[in-house]
Design a protein around this ligand. Structure first.
Ligand code: FE2
Length: 178
């Protein structure tokens, strides 16, 4: 689950139908040991007027979704996002229950720039719900414990998870900033 949450490549696959993400442009990773920051941009596909009418949620999406993840290994990720209507901070909390079961809580905070934001609050909550459902659905299908063959530039978050998982609760010298 942590590999998935820190896999900055999966958004344009797993969450593509929801956000219409075309690609992930990785920008920066700051490694502070058990705490880290990741910054990346996700340009979204253009939506036609017809698509917007049939799925009004798409109107909430900016042309580029700018993401800043503030990570606290192993139990908290804060997604900081900005839209035309306001700022959101989406806090994902992970509580291990059994070996094969983790409970997730999502707390959302919003700062409105526009009165519409208050009305749209539930829409943003709904995005969070669908994101969690999509992630839960793919967990069993990917990330098998097999050695990796190809390495992508965006995988620094997964490397950060593997390193911390192996050494936890000790902190090792941070070496993934880029
Ligand atoms: Fe995801």
């Amino acid at each position: 689950m942590l590999l998935n949450m820190h896999d900055y490549n999966h958004q344009n696959g797993t969450h593509r139908p929801l956000f219409k993400i075309e690609e992930v442009q990785f920008e920066k990773f700051i490694d502070n040991g058990h705490q880290s920051h990741a910054f990346y941009d996700m340009p979204t596909a253009r939506t036609s007027f017809r698509e917007k009418i049939s799925n009004p949620d798409l109107m909430l999406l900016p042309k580029v979704l700018k993401a800043h993840l503030e990570n606290y290994f192993p139990s908290l990720i804060i997604f900081h996002g900005e839209t035309a209507f306001g700022k959101v901070a989406q806090c994902h909390l992970f509580i291990p229950e059994y070996q094969m079961r983790t409970r997730t809580y999502v707390l959302m905070f919003g700062q409105a720039k526009h009165p519409a934001f208050k009305v749209l609050g539930n829409k943003f909550l709904n995005f969070a719900r669908v994101v969690v459902e999509q992630d839960a659905d793919i967990l069993g299908k990917i990330y098998p414990n097999t050695p990796q063959k190809i390495k992508l530039n965006n995988e620094v978050g997964m490397d950060w998870v593997r390193r911390n998982f192996a050494s936890f609760p000790e902190t090792v010298e941070p070496n993934f900033s880029k």
